[in-house]
Write a protein that binds this ligand. Structure first.
Ligand SMILES: [Zn+2]
Ligand SMILES: [Zn+2]
Length: 171
């Protein structure tokens, strides 16, 4: 059984340099907001594989999981689901400068929940659509073009330039 974990104490593993261990963790994922809409991992948590390896001065970490991202289609706002595979890595090497510190590791305590959520947030800008063929919403009336059919059209508002021409008299 995976253990339920939002944080994980990598220091407690007592690894020697070059030694690594793999764990399976159930991690709760808070919903994400993007463009005013809410997106969530199906079920609210994921089962993730964490690889923790001690390096000479710190840790090399890898987090992997698969989930289905659920939320409104970015074209038509109907419910959309997109399978997502996350494979994220972090290096934490104290004394190696800011860029070699992981924001998720503090005093050898790993914030797995934040890491897993941020990694999912990075997937969000990719289009989440109900189907690749989704036709989206009518820009003029907001009708769902998947439902109203391909013949949905509006009379074009008359071009104001024609009105000016009509007022010219050619006699
Ligand atoms: Zn759609
Ligand atoms: Zn319309």
């Amino acid at each position: 059984m995976p253990q339920r974990a939002d944080t994980f104490d990598v220091g407690r593993l007592g690894l020697a340099a070059g030694e690594g261990r793999r764990f399976t963790l159930d991690v709760a994922i808070e919903p994400l907001t993007f463009g005013g809409e809410t997106y969530a991992a199906a079920g609210g948590f994921v089962t993730a594989t964490l690889d923790a390896e001690r390096t000479t001065r710190g840790f090399a970490l890898r987090l992997r999981y698969e989930t289905t991202l659920e939320g409104p289609c970015m074209r038509c706002l109907e419910v959309a689901r997109r399978p997502v595979a996350i494979d994220a890595r972090e290096i934490d090497q104290p004394g190696g400068g800011e860029e070699l510190r992981s924001p998720y590791l503090q005093d050898e305590l790993l914030d797995v929940a934040s890491w897993a959520r941020d990694a999912l947030a990075l997937e969000l800008p990719h289009r989440i659509v109900c189907s690749e063929e989704c036709r989206g919403l009518c820009p003029e009336c907001g009708a769902n073009l998947n439902q109203v059919g391909p013949d949905h059209r509006h009379e074009r508002a008359p071009d104001p330039r024609w009105a000016v021409l009509r007022e010219l008299r050619f006699d």
